[in-house]
Design a protein around this ligand. Structure first.
Ligand code: SAH
Length: 249
């Protein structure tokens, strides 16, 4: 079981209070609550309160400190997010690897995910306080995300990793779907029925099949139809059959 309270999001020297509020909201949406602000330019602010919406508790409980060193002093794993690679190559993680490491590590220890300034990111000294760097693989045309958007992307990766770990019920379609999936046997009967009707209405010619039934199989195979949906389709086919004039009509 992971412990997301042990994962703190650290924003360094943020200029825009709106980004602080939007970060709090993204964190709460994704199940995180521990926010540390390093030397924010404008905090507290009504703008961050507005952008936090129902994540006000995250803002109110945020720690405010002077330096990144203070913010991460109690952490055993620190990952810095950066839009560009720096002159000195550093161990890099993908967003997925970052989330997996954080979720594993925060079971016993404090971990931090660090974000830089809107205009200049994290400086070299700050980046070198981090064990790893993570880069979101954004477009070559424009690599730098809005700060709160970058927080959201990485918090969502953490969320996905937590859900995978906990295998929360309700995530796996088999667990929440209201109907059983149709069995192979039921679907085969449906294909027979469908083919029969398509022949009867002169849509399908068994002597010149043109892959029609293979394409129908591929279509229904892709959606993994459930037993109720299959019954409805069988009912529709039966009604169509009843409407087809017999030889004596
Ligand atoms: N112009 C700055 C970008 C700052 S964006 C620079 O070149 O570094 C503000 C912060 O959002 C960054 O410090 C980083 O923490 C995060 N961020 C933005 N885009 C990112 C990306 N593609 N990958 C990882 N982090 C990113």
């Amino acid at each position: 079981m992971s412990n997301q309270h042990h994962c703190k999001i650290v924003l360094v020297n943020t200029s825009h209070p709106g980004n602080i509020g939007a970060t709090a909201r993204a964190m709460k949406n994704m199940g995180l609550s521990s926010l540390t602000l390093v030397n924010p330019v404008d905090f507290p602010s009504g703008v961050s309160v507005g952008r936090a919406a129902s994540a006000l508790d995250v803002l109110e409980q945020a720690d405010v400190v002077e330096t990144l060193g203070e913010a991460i002093a109690d952490c055993t794993l620190v990952i810095g997010s950066s839009a560009r690679s720096r002159s000195l190559p550093w161990p890099m993680l993908t967003p997925e690897q970052t989330a997996a490491k954080i979720v594993t590590e925060c079971q016993q220890a404090q971990v931090a995910l660090v974000f830089g300034r809107e205009d200049s990111g994290l400086n070299n000294e700050e980046l070198q306080l981090c064990h790893y760097h993570v880069q979101i693989p954004a477009s070559d045309q424009y690599r730098s995300l809005n700060l709160a958007a970058a927080v959201m992307v990485l918090c969502y990766e953490i969320r996905k990793a937590v859900l995978r770990d906990n295998e929360e019920p309700g995530c796996v379609e088999e667990e929440y779907w209201d109907q059983e999936k149709a069995s192979i046997e039921q679907v085969e009967h449906f294909y027979d029925h469908l083919e029969r009707v398509l022949v009867e209405i002169d849509f399908h010619d068994r002597d010149n099949p043109r892959q029609l039934m293979q394409r129908m199989r591929r279509l229904f195979g892709r959606i993994r139809i459930d037993a109720m949906e299959l019954n409805i389709l069988r009912g529709i086919l039966t009604n169509i059959e009843h409407k087809i004039p017999g030889p004596d009509d």
